[in-house]
Design a protein around this ligand. Structure first.
Ligand SMILES: Nc1ncnc2c1ncn2[C@@H]1O[C@H](COP(=O)(O)OP(=O)(O)O)[C@@H](O)[C@H]1O
Ligand SMILES: [Mg+2]
Length: 580
């Protein structure tokens, strides 16, 4: 039974002309015409039985016939109508009643075009709801991801296919205040309800701390106060020791690229790190690892040993000619590297990288971290499968290094799992322009871009999905964005950003770009293989709203009692810890 069973009498009008994928429909019934709007869906009778063509209304015109010379195909007998109402429709796909054992299959292909005089019907109400469910391809009893409702017909709930959305990556874009964080929260809340959900959220501003429920596990990168209080992963506090950084990441952190000795410093550092890792493995009796590890292997090492080795080389004297001593190859060339290393190690804000405790140096410590980051929720009572990591205390210059360290960790673990044992994980990258930039301005950014490009290109194979969220799509790495097959575009006012989003739209839907600046807050244009049918969707509000960092200037200025303790701020600044 077709979900699009219409009676001829329901027709809005008839097809007047057909041109590949564009159809002109003539509507004589004025009340019916009034109910029609641009961007609404219509159904056209196909020349094949059991098929219906689906189109989007592009343009509606109402023209007095006397002035309308170009409407030549209007027969003189129809001149009793003083006006002709024409609707231009772009065909976007075909709904087939039966394909093999499957009923109601939607395809983005057009095997036929409508014939002249074919009926055109409005697609709305129950029919639209049922049609939207077909579109999401998971209609029936599967897990459907509900975004909200279809803007032009609030009776129709809009679903996306939760498999496809994460398999082929997604981007969520929109100017600040357009509703990205709320949309993200809406997605996360539904993911969190699944028994074995597995997602990591890079929460850069600590906005998602308000999401509640068993399905969430809140973690934060240790700030100075956490270090002082010796909090650990059991308290939801993450330490991300330096030895988890890749060699390139370590170099970008400690070696100043503009230093003329930079290549020497990087080389000496690599030798010292390999030596320190070798010592660590030898002492621990890990002969099997010792034989095969690389500089990038996640093996702890003593940063102090590296520092000592560098210091020795920096002042080294070697035997020269005539029994006199001369300066070693690296004499004086490592001073700035040593200085940078020491200052970073002593920086209180970087306590999560250089923990004072020895726990993170334990060989088995990584197991606990990986379990916290990648475990799904296997049983009720276990920590949630949606891990929200608050990065708000990480200094912005090294944010790309730290976010990409976690992303690389997740990706590597997935890669090293046997294919049958991989449990898919989605990485939600909020404020992605901050750490996956289009223009790398530092070694840290370059490192991060490399990690995320790799995940964007190869993640699908290993069950790692990316959700890239940004207010500045033009400033997010192009390669990463172009690998995203699903687009959730919210209101976007900047021209450069609009241009990037237009390029993500399929050609036939280029006109959707015009909608970007006029979308309402909380409204999105959703295009991609998770949805099949490009639609404008009003995103439903999440149960728990993300925390907005917005301060109401006027209200606060108008508040008679408003006060702030400036002395306390200075105290906190000096101590690098928020003094309460
Ligand atoms: N789906 C929605 N429905 C209704 N209001 C919304 C919706 N999404 C966002 N808003 C409103 O817009 C504000 C900004 O949303 P937010 O998601 O923080 O924007 P962004 O992350 O894009 O800067 C919210 O505080 C809320 O008032
Ligand atoms: Mg936001």
């Amino acid at each position: 039974m077709s979900i699009l069973a219409y009676a001829d009498a329901d027709a809005l009008g008839r097809v007047l002309s057909v041109d590949t994928a564009t159809v002109i429909v003539r509507i004589d019934d004025v009340p019916k015409l009034r109910s029609l709007q641009v961007n609404r869906l219509v159904v056209l009778q196909s020349s094949l039985a059991g098929q219906h063509l689906i189109g989007i209304v592009q343009k509606i015109t109402r023209t007095a016939i006397e002035e309308k010379a170009e409407v030549a195909d209007v027969e003189s007998s129809e001149l009793v109508h003083p006006e002709v109402n024409l609707v231009r429709v772009t065909l976007i796909g075909t709904l087939i009643d039966q394909v093999g054992a499957k009923s109601n299959v939607f395809r983005r292909t057009l095997e036929t075009v409508p014939e002249i005089d074919a009926n055109c019907f409005a697609l709305e109400g129950d029919k639209l709801t049922r049609f939207m469910q077909v579109i999401s391809a998971v209609s029936g009893d599967g897990h459907r991801l509900s975004l909200g409702v279809y803007t032009l017909d609030p009776a129709a709930e809009a679903f996306v296919n939760g498999n496809k959305l994460f398999q082929r990556h997604a981007v969520v874009v929109g100017s600040t205040g357009s509703g990205k964080s709320w949309t993200t929260a809406r997605l996360l809340e539904q993911i969190a309800q699944l028994d074995n959900a597995n997602a990591i959220v890079f929460d850069i501003h600590g906005e998602y701390g308000s999401l509640k429920g068993d399905g969430f596990h809140h973690l934060r990168v240790a700030g100075p106060a956490d270090i002082e209080a010796h909090r650990s992963i059991a308290d939801g506090v993450l330490h991300l020791p330096y030895w988890l950084l890749s060699y390139e990441a370590l170099v970008s952190m400690f070696v100043d690229r503009s230093d003329q000795n930079a290549p020497n410093q990087a080389m000496v550092m690599s030798r010292a790190i390999v030596q320190a890792k070798t010592d660590y493995l030898t002492k621990g009796g890990h002969a099997d690892v010792l034989a095969n590890f690389t500089i990038d292997s996640p093996v702890p090492f003593a940063i102090d040993a590296v520092l000592l080795a560098l210091e020795a080389l920096d002042v080294e004297m070697v035997p020269g000619s005539g029994g006199r001593e001369k300066q070693g190859d690296f004499h004086g060339k490592l001073s700035r590297l040593i200085q940078r290393l020491e200052s970073k190690r002593g920086d209180r804000r970087l306590g999560f990288l250089f923990p004072g405790t020895t726990a993170t140096q334990d060989y088995g410590w990584l197991d606990g971290l990986v379990a916290a980051l990648l475990a799904g929720r296997k049983a009720k009572g276990d920590k949630g499968g949606v891990k929200i990591i608050d990065f708000s205390e990480v200094p912005s210059d090294i944010l790309p290094l730290i976010v990409s360290m976690v992303a690389r960790l997740a990706f590597s673990v997935q890669q090293w799992l046997p294919s049958g044992a991989r449990h898919p994980v989605a990485l939600f990258c909020d404020e992605a322009h901050l750490y996956i930039p289009e223009n790398a301005s530092s070694g840290a950014a370059e490192n991060s871009i490399a990690v995320f490009e790799r995940i964007a290109k190869e993640g699908r194979k290993y069950g790692v999905g990316l959700v890239v969220i940004s207010q500045r799509p033009a400033e997010v790495n192009r390669t990463v964005v172009s690998q995203c097959n699903n687009l959730i575009a919210m209101r976007l006012t900047n021209g450069e950003d609009q241009a990037v989003v237009r390029r993500l739209l399929p050609d036939s839907l280029g006109g959707f770009g015009d909608l970007l600046p006029v979308l309402d807050t909380g409204e999105a244009l959703v295009v991609g293989d998770a949805i099949l049918l490009p639609t404008r969707i009003r995103i439903a509000t999440p149960t728990n709203e993300p925390l907005s960092g917005t301060i109401d200037f006027w209200d606060r200025w108008a508040d008679a009692k408003a006060s702030s303790d400036l002395g306390q701020a200075i105290d906190s600044w000096r101590r690098q810890t928020v003094v309460k």
